[in-house]
Design a protein around this ligand. Structure first.
Ligand code: BES
Ligand code: MN
Ligand code: ZN
Length: 486
């Protein structure tokens, strides 16, 4: 689905603006008179406006009526993302918005700020509109970023819009209910989005999934009336590739828990359990532009986790793609079962690294809260790269350990592995230890995004629902990719 507003860049005002357009300008703390010539500074002070980060004030200045936007003393990119969103929201009942927030910055800082600002402007106007029209009077249709900076700023705005548009795709998929976003529907949407940017697309239907012996995916799907799908997307560079990276995403289109059924409250957000797959898809749409010389393949196992009459029973043993047998002792630990197949398929293609994203455990939310993803893996250097990429993206991620003593909890009397550990603690780590069994020696990082993939209420540039979290991290990671040290 397209972004609701168009966003362009123009070097300077005046651009052709409708009468009721909002013109927003950036004002640094303590520099009101310089940044807003003609402003009645005393009157502004009376309203409490001092140019602090995020403060907004409508005021008449020499150039005309303006929305003054506080930038604080030294705004970072995250601040521009957040401010962009609040300015776009403020202007939502107007036809157009022109934004001149970058002019007060040093020239060297403008491009980075512009990219984040553009993201905030697009994300701040996001609304999941598939089932309900926008409230009466929501009219904002065009945003223009104006001001100093020239071609570098224009390019940065374009990049920001592209990344935000991919995040909007992720949000729409995450927000679409499981009854409508079936595995088949997800595969169709992935095919559309991937084809549009020239990726190779391969979709396995149920017969092909059987033939490929994806026993984990078939086991989880067994209780469902909806067929599973497995989507593989590849970006293949024209010349010699800089490297080869595999991205794996959990695509559970609805998680009822299976026979180990969830509570009603526990199911409320489980339409979002395909966020890992959606995030990988969103990032893949950007790969041809941000990492053209890198070979990147996405592996997306898709199913819901239902409890139909032939659902996988507790105690059933599944055989994953790589021959590992798994005793299913809790059908609600389904993400790891479908990821087992996907990771094994990725390993067969011999990538330099595998990164998987999954709304895998409630335990990671207990450990890190709702806004931080847990990063686990088998390769220190790769994990550190992920964390650095997240840091640069302004996305909260934190390392978690894979303690040896928890691995024993996955030993089974009847199969190679149990799908749950023993005891109540460290569930996010146990889940990752399970996944580690399927990656062999390939450098691998696992991102448990169960917390930040969605939000129960709006904050900063996030609307209630899917967030698009981790798209920016993946973009940074892939754009800056170089061979991992041995
Ligand atoms: N999709 C859930 C994890 C989840 C829970 C994501 C809450 C977002 C919010 C996953 O499939 C699951 O049910 N995990 C179980 C594992 C347990 C049975 C070992 C969990 O976390 O309770
Ligand atoms: Mn589950
Ligand atoms: Zn799940």
């Amino acid at each position: 689905m397209p972004v609701a507003v168009t966003l362009a860049h123009a070097a300077a005002l005046p651009v052709d603006l409708p009468d009721d357009a909002v013109v927003a300008i950036g004002v640094r703390a303590g520099q009101l008179a310089d940044d807003a010539p003609g402003l009645d500074v005393d009157l502004a002070a009376l309203s409490g406006f001092e140019g602090k980060v995020g403060q907004l004030l409508v005021a008449a200045i020499a150039a005309g009526p303006r929305l003054l936007v506080g930038l604080g003393a030294d705004p970072d990119p995250a601040t521009f993302r957040r401010i962009g969103a609040s300015v776009a929201k403020k202007a939502s009942t107007h036809a157009a918005l022109a934004v001149d927030l970058l002019s007060p910055l040093d020239a060297a800082d403008r491009a980075v700020a512009a990219e984040a600002l553009a993201q905030g402007l697009v994300l701040g106007t996001y609304r999941f509109g598939a089932y309900k029209p926008a409230p009466e009077g929501t009219t904002l249709a065009a945003i223009t970023v104006v001001g100093k900076g020239g071609a570098r700023v224009a390019g940065a705005v374009e990049r920001g819009v592209a990344v935000a548009t991919a995040m909007v795709l992720v949000r729409d998929l995450v927000n679409t209910p499981g009854g409508d976003l079936t595995p088949k529907a997800f595969a169709a949407e992935a095919t559309r989005a991937a084809t549009a940017v020239g990726l190779e697309v391969e979709v396995l239907d149920k017969a092909a999934i059987r033939k490929a012996k994806l026993g984990g995916l078939l086991g989880v799907n067994r209780g469902s009336a909806q067929e599973p799908r497995f989507v593989k997307l590849t970006h293949r560079p024209d010349g010699r590739a800089k490297g080869k990276v595999a991205l794996v995403g959990k695509g559970v289109t609805f998680d009822a828990g299976g026979l180990s059924i969830k509570t009603a409250a526990g199911m409320e957000w489980m339409k979002t359990d395909m966020a890992g797959a959606a995030t990988v898809l969103g990032a893949m749409t950007l790969v041809p532009t941000v990492a053209p010389r890198l070979e990147v393949t996405a592996y997306l196992p898709l199913t819901d986790n239902m409890l139909g009459p032939d659902a996988t029973r507790v105690g059933d043993v599944l055989t994953a793609r790589n021959g590992t047998t798994i005793e299913v002792l809790n059908t609600d630990a389904e993400g790891r079962l479908i990821l087992a197949d996907a990771l094994a398929l990725a390993v067969e293609d011999e990538p330099d690294a595998i990164i998987d994203l999954a709304t895998l455990t409630g335990a990671v939310i207990v450990a890190l809260g709702e806004r931080t993803a847990g990063v686990m893996g088998n390769h220190e250097g790769l994990s550190q790269r992920v964390l650095d990429a997240a840091d640069a993206a302004g996305e909260a991620m934190w390392p978690l350990p894979l303690p040896d003593h928890l691995r024993k909890g996955l030993d089974s009397e009847v199969a190679d592995l149990r799908n749950i550990g023993v005891g109540p603690y460290g569930g996010a780590l146990t889940a990752a230890l399970f996944l580690r069994e399927f990656v062999g020696d390939v450098p691998w990082a696992h991102l448990d995004i169960a917390g930040p993939a969605d939000t129960t209420s709006a904050w900063d540039e996030n609307a209630r629902g899917g967030t698009g979290f981790a798209v920016r991290t993946l973009v940074n990671l892939l754009a800056g990719w170089s061979k991992l040290p041995e």
